[in-house]
Design a protein around this ligand. Sequence first.
Ligand code: SAH
Length: 213
Amino acid sequence: MSENFKDIFSELRRKMISEQLISRGIEDKRVLEVMGKVPREEFVAPGERARSYFDGPLPIGNGQTISQPYIVAYMTEMLELTGSENILELGTGSGYQTAVLAEIAEEISTIEFIPDLADRSEKLLTKKLGYTNIRFKTGNGAEGWSEYAPFKRIIVTAAPEKFPESLFDQLEDGGMIIAPVGGFYQNLIRYKKINDEIIQTGLIAVSFVPLIV
Ligand code: SAH
C-alpha cells in the first residue's frame, strides 16, 4: 500500500477514536490506544476498504459482518482487561476483535465455525500482522475449548437465542463473560462467576449475527 493510503487510514482511525468512541464514553486508555493502531482496513471485504472506518458493521464475506467499532470498543472495555488474561473468543470472523484483544491480553484462544473465515483470519493475524499469542480452532464455539480452560474472560461475538450454559464450566472463578443473547432483539449480557455462582447483568441492546447451530 502506498504511503498516501497509510496516511489516509491513520487519519480515519484518529477520527474514529474521537467521533465514535470517546464521544460515546469509551474511556479505557488501552482500548483507545489499540484501536488507534489496529488496521481495520485489513479486516473488511476487499470492496469495503474505503468504508472500513464507517460507524457501523460491514460485510466480511460468507454472509458475516465485522462489528461496528463502537461495539468492539465497548465489549473490550467491559472485559476490564489488565493484560495478564487468557481469553476465549467465540466467532473469530474477520479477526478484528481478536487483534484488539491480542494487543491487550496475554493469550487468546479463538474459535470460528466457517472454515473459510477461520483460514482467512488466521493467515491475516499470524502471517501478515505477526501476532504470536493467538491460537485458532475451526468448530462450534458453543462447546468452548476445554484443553485450555479455565479462561479468565470469554467473549462471544455471535448471538445465541439462549446462552450455552456449559461454557460456565470453562470460566475461572472471578472471571467474566460478555455475550450478546437473543433472537431479533438482543442484549449484551455480562456473566460474572463469583464463588462458583453466576451473576448476570444486562448491558445494552445490540444486533449480532446469530450463533450457528
Ligand atoms: N468479532 C468478529 C465478528 C464476526 S461475526 C469480527 O470482528 O469480525 C460472528 C462470527 O461468528 C461469524 O464469523 C460466524 O461465522 C461466527 N460463528 C457463528 N456461529 C458460531 C459458532 N457456533 N462457533 C464459532 N463461530 C461462530
